[in-house]
Design a protein around this ligand. Structure first.
Ligand code: BGP
Length: 468
């Protein structure tokens, strides 16, 4: 097997989020977010009826977890601040919430770990959702206030900031595809939310620049956005209609955000299709072009799990009257992670790197999430040691790292890699169905952590930068 070497300054770390790990959902002045509310209102929506409350009990395990990350060869990780923990209902700092994050950042530094902080990971505070959530422009202003308060509070402790994780997911999952609370089926609502999140992002970056100008941030601080860029593909011999499906799929999910973070605008062809051809009403205000200009960031994260393969739809609208741009295209050669229903296609990360190189040549990026979640992993335990034997995880990460190394060789500005869910965590409506970790969390034994077989391999790669 060929050996690939990643640059020495390429960083390895782990990605996680506040709502999926912290727990302590109602202590220390934390307000409800939509995950807590959904858990309270309808626990049967969650796999095995495990709601948001405990995460992976990180608030009780953080010191050991940080030591574990360090022992696995990581020197940095990402998590998110929970809006519902940091601020009270008046948009003021909740001192107990702030104290928790100060302590986390202190302990991380002590463990030799740099923290990347994301401000929003699908965790809308419920009181703001009741005022319209992302459908209400005032919530964008509230987000800008939250971001500024976070910059002021932690600007001297954190270098790397991100406005949003996967901003397309809430519009899609909450408003369009009815997967997450409030489970709506409205493309119009999804577009409103997507537009307003873009505005919130730009307002957040503007407040960050203000905090920099006021001397509140560390000298080498950076701001970015993290998106799930799923490279879009269609058939090998596409019809005009297939190419049109590809344009809108790529336009809504990839170019929308890439244009926002590199050019400070939204893609004109997508906006035209939405408003002129489909009659979607975007909540645009006359001066928004100027607001969006502030959306340009210093770098981005790319969460990559699967490609997006589409073809022309067989009908123009679905049963709820929403327009259909595309239908899934099943590539005959596809390899699946059956647990998650996601295609495994490591070359996609290379293709994303080449797209950035060619279309956004100045843009620096890192792989901010990548990982494989497996259902019923406890069946793969060594009967003697009780260790999870997860060679498929090594194969998955190795294959992606190889394509990352090739992309760097071919000129991609990719500077690091974060594995998603290095320690098993709670995954939204799927709860603990699919396990991503290199480290197992035992729900029956007080959330005890146990490295899986793959952990030794990861440590070697992270410390040597040699992939084989
Ligand atoms: C990304 C999210 C993460 C994480 C991951 C795995 O979309 O940013 O929060 O959950 O996907 O996906 P899932 O948990 O749905 O299996």
């Amino acid at each position: 097997m060929a050996t690939y070497v990643l640059p020495q300054d390429f960083f390895f770390g782990a990605a996680m989020s506040g709502p999926q790990t912290e727990g302590g959902w109602n202590i220390g002045g934390k307000l409800e977010n939509l995950w807590d509310t959904w858990s309270i209102e309808d626990i049967s929506s969650f796999y095995n009826q495990v709601g948001s409350y405990v995460g992976n009990d990180f608030m009780h395990h953080y010191k050991d977890d940080l030591a574990l990350l360090e022992s696995l060869g990581m020197n940095n990780y990402r998590t998110s601040i929970q809006w519902s923990r940091l601020l009270d209902e008046n948009g003021e700092i909740n001192p107990e919430g702030a104290a928790w994050y100060h302590e986390l950042f202190r302990a991380s530094k002590e463990a030799g770990l740099e923290v990347f902080v994301n401000l929003y990971h699908f965790d809308m505070p419920t009181y703001l959702f009741r005022r319209g959530g992302w459908e209400n422009r005032e919530v964008c202003e509230a987000y800008a206030n939250y971001a500024y308060k976070a910059f002021c509070e932690f600007g001297q402790e954190v270098r790397f900031w991100f406005t949003f994780n996967e901003p397309i997911v809430e519009p899609e999952n909450r408003y369009w595809h009815s997967m997450w609370y409030p489970q709506h089926h409205s493309f119009q609502e999804a577009c409103t939310a997507q537009y307003n999140i873009s505005i919130a992002h730009a307002l957040g970056v503007a407040r960050y620049r203000q905090a920099v100008a006021e001397g509140r941030m560390l000298p080498d601080a950076r701001i970015g956005m993290i998106c799930n860029f799923s490279p879009s593909y269609t058939k090998d011999d596409p019809s005009e209609a297939d190419l049109e499906a590809l344009r809108m799929n790529d336009g809504l999910t990839n170019r929308w955000w890439l244009d926002l973070v590199t050019k400070g605008c939204l893609p004109a062809d997508v906006i035209k299709t939405l408003t002129e051809d489909l009659g979607i009403v975007l909540p645009a205000r006359p001066y928004d072009a100027d607001v969006l200009k502030d959306g340009v960031v210093d770098w981005i994260g790319c969460n990559y799990y699967q490609p997006s393969r589409v073809q022309a739809p067989s009908r123009t609208h679905d049963e709820w009257g929403n327009p259909l741009f595309a239908e899934p295209y099943v590539w005959p050669e596809r390899v699946m992670n059956e647990s998650r229903g996601w295609e495994i296609y490591p070359k996609g990360i290379y293709d994303f790197g080449m797209k950035c190189k060619n279309e956004y040549p100045e843009l620096e990026w890192y792989v901010s999430e990548n990982g494989i979640g497996i259902e019923r992993e406890y069946l793969n335990k060594d009967p003697k040691t009780q260790q999870v034997i997860d060679d498929y995880r090594v194969d998955f990460v190795r294959d992606h790292l190889i394509w990352i190394a090739k992309a760097i060789e071919d000129g991609a500005k990719c500077v690091g890699y974060h594995y998603w869910g290095l320690i098993d965590n709670w995954s939204w409506a799927n709860a603990y169905k699919n396990r991503y970790g290199f480290v197992e969390v035992d729900l029956m034994e007080n959330y005890e952590r146990r490295p899986k077989k793959s952990a030794a391999w990861l440590t070697k790669v992270a410390t040597s930068h040699v992939v084989e």
